[in-house]
Write a protein that binds this ligand. Structure first.
Ligand SMILES: Nc1ncnc2c1ncn2[C@@H]1O[C@H](COP(=O)(O)OP(=O)(O)OP(=O)(O)O)[C@@H](O)[C@H]1O
Length: 237
């Protein structure tokens, strides 16, 4: 008998879009508790939109999102959504992640700073602690945002292409940090168009043109045929 992990988030027959344009249609899927799940597919397939529906940022026109048990969310945006001019240090940005526990502008306690420093170490940005966010490279900045997400110690951590444009070392750091978080009980849901990342996840949701064409363990879901279909590549011969 297969061992089915409990579900953290259930999507039932979700449709969503922008204005009159529907970009997600009839999506029913589950996000398993305490695992790393990926939303994978080609450009424009609707990955970010689906993440936004789960995060409650984009309201579905049809269907429901239900969560099980404790479900405090954290959402890590893409670095391009953060202003270069923000006059704050790296450590302060990561510390903002603790507002989820202490409330905004409240004095952080010793434990909060331990979490902040630990999250920076996990992402390999400890040495950047006193630098201004705006003075960092794109890849460094993205790691700061992931550290901020981890510092929230959320139940469900959602990330939109957290490793986009990064070098191998930074990507490995992010992968490891997310895996460790999941092993600690956090439900991780990340968007990626990188098949290598998707194959290493515990669970994947494969999208094509706004529809779910597969879900489950990557080994079973990301077959050559399914990948060809998702990327619109015709079969040879
Ligand atoms: N704010 C918006 N307003 C209007 N249309 C949008 C908006 N955001 C996304 N779309 C459209 O919705 C569709 C799905 O976009 P989405 O960003 O969800 O896809 P994606 O799979 O994450 O793409 P990518 O890999 O290129 O980031 C696209 O056709 C896109 O043009």
């Amino acid at each position: 008998m297969r061992n089915i992990t409990p579900t953290a988030v259930t999507l039932s027959d979700i449709s969503a879009g922008y204005g009159q344009r529907e970009v997600l249609s009839g999506i029913s899927a589950r996000v398993p508790l305490g695992q790393v799940s990926v939303v994978v597919g080609a450009n424009g397939a609707g990955k970010s939109s689906l993440l936004n529906v789960v995060a409650g940022v984009l309201r579905p026109t049809k269907g429901t999102v239900t969560t099980t048990g404790s479900c405090r969310p954290a959402y890590v945006v893409q670095r391009s959504h953060v202003s270069d001019a923000l006059p704050v240090t790296v450590r302060s940005v990561v510390a903002m992640g603790r507002w989820a526990h202490r409330g905004p502008w409240r004095r952080l306690r010793g434990h909060d700073w331990d979490v902040v420093d630990n999250c920076m170490e996990r992402l390999g940005i400890g040495a950047l602690a006193r630098r201004q966010l705006g003075a960092l490279s794109g890849g460094q900045r993205q790691r700061v945002l992931v550290a901020q997400g981890l510092a929230q110690e959320a139940d469900v951590l959602m990330l939109d292409e957290p490793a986009a444009g990064m070098d191998l070392d930074a990507r490995a750091r992010i992968d490891d940090a997310l895996t460790v978080a999941a092993r600690g009980g956090v439900t991780v849901l990340r968007v990626t168009h990188d098949l290598e990342v998707a194959r290493k996840a515990d669970h994947c949701l494969l999208l094509r043109a706004g529809r779910l064409i597969g879900q489950g363990a990557p080994g079973e879901t990301l077959t050559e045929r399914a990948v060809r279909e998702a990327w619109g590549v015709p079969e040879l011969g």
